[in-house]
Design a protein around this ligand. Structure first.
Ligand code: UD1
Length: 350
């Protein structure tokens, strides 16, 4: 297959490209405008796989360019894995129209191209944020869609709906939405990982940057939740495990002609981990004690969510390999590589 990955320079997109190239069966091309990433990601992909990926630096909201500069030039594309999107929850609250415009138009333009250029398979990057604050955990794919706290979250809810409506009316087209829980960690080689532009908000990059003295504070947001140690519970899933599920889903759609036109899968380890347990795992693998402070709850945070991942295991044959310690270890090796690059003054990524 020839697979187009949008957001190929991003955190999960780049790991997915690595996974596809390492498998060595399919051809892959990318679209990324580097709005929250860097072109040097493709050097790292080359370092790991020995292969150069063609990337189109293009804004997906520009339908004309997408059509003429990518689809008309590339010839037959079999499948699309669509990651490219704005994803900062807080920013989406401040700039809702920007988020709806970007994330939904990108999706719609890609779907128009699948129609015009006969692309048959589509994988969409969704999120467990669609469950809101769930009443029952673990959540299954049948758990109700909840009240999502942010415009970012609604772009995932609406994106799923657009895709489902499209897939059920277009013949020869199959689509899957993958609902990620909390993607963490780095490629096990330590050569590729997350490098958010600006100050990170997610727990793991905050932890590794705090341990590297890039950040002066690590605040635990809330210790008064009704959980085993008072901190919030999430399902932290290694980025390489998440990435591999995309390849499995794409191959499922391509190989099983009677497969349903639209499906959804949870991608989580299936275990809830508290904030303190993440911190402990980091301390254990790094040998560094974290002098964190305790703060109030962060607005919009849910108390506890983790996945029932049985459907992805059974239907996709997905077996997540890594646990929280592997994730923290790889994230820490990656962070140390960033530290060394900064120290040598040959800035690795930007
Ligand atoms: C967030 C997004 C989610 C997105 C996910 C991955 C929200 C409401 N949800 O999930 O849509 O898919 O990121 O990008 O923002 N924490 C601290 N201190 C910190 C940072 C985080 O205690 O400095 C805690 C949080 O309060 C939370 C847990 O760590 O309990 C995980 O937070 P985070 O990594 O930001 O992910 P989510 O909020 O679960």
């Amino acid at each position: 297959m020839k697979i187009l990955v949008t957001g190929g320079a991003g955190y999960i997109g780049s790991h997915t490209i690595i996974d596809i190239l390492e498998q060595g069966i399919h051809e892959v091309i990318s679209i990324d405008n580097f709005s929250n990433s860097d072109e040097k990601v493709f050097d790292r992909i080359f370092e790991i796989t020995g292969q150069r990926v063609k990337n189109y630096n293009l804004d997906l909201t520009d339908y004309q360019k997408l059509k003429t500069e990518v689809f008309e030039k590339e010839g037959k594309i079999d499948g699309i894995i669509h990651f490219a999107a704005l994803k900062a929850v807080g920013e989406s609250v401040e700039k809702p129209v920007h988020y709806y415009y970007n994330n939904l138009n990108s999706m719609i333009n890609l779907l128009k191209c699948t129609q015009k250029f006969d692309v048959n398979y589509f994988i969409f990057s969704s999120s467990c944020t669609v469950y809101g604050n769930p009443e029952n955990i673990p959540v299954t794919e049948n758990s109700p869609i909840g009240v999502t706290e942010s415009p970012y979250g609604y772009t995932k809810v609406v994106g799923e709906r657009i895709l489902e409506d499209f897939a059920t009316t277009k013949s020869n087209f199959k689509a899957v939405a993958l609902r990620y829980f909390n993607p963490v960690g780095a490629h096990m080689s330590g050569l590729n990982g997350e490098f958010p532009k600006g100050r990170p908000n997610n727990l793991v990059p905050v932890v590794t940057q705090f341990a590297s003295l890039w950040l002066s504070e690590l605040t635990v947001h809330g210790t008064d939740y009704e959980t085993r140690d008072g901190t919030a519970i999430r399902d932290y899933i290694h980025v390489s495990d998440i990435s591999h599920a995309h390849l499995l889903a794409m191959e499922k759609l391509a190989s099983q002609s009677d497969y349903k036109s639209y499906d959804i899968f949870n991608l989580g380890v299936g275990q809830g981990v508290t904030v303190f347990e993440v911190i402990n795992a980091f301390e254990k693998v790094s040998g560094i004690k974290l002098n964190y402070t305790v703060g109030p709850r962060r607005s919009g945070d849910v108390e506890a969510i983790y996945a029932n991942n049985q459907k992805a295991r059974t239907e996709l044959g997905w077996n997540p390999k890594y646990g929280i310690e592997d994730a923290m270890k790889s994230a820490w090796i990656w962070q140390q590589k960033l530290n060394a690059a900064m120290h040598d003054d040959k800035v690795l990524l930007s």
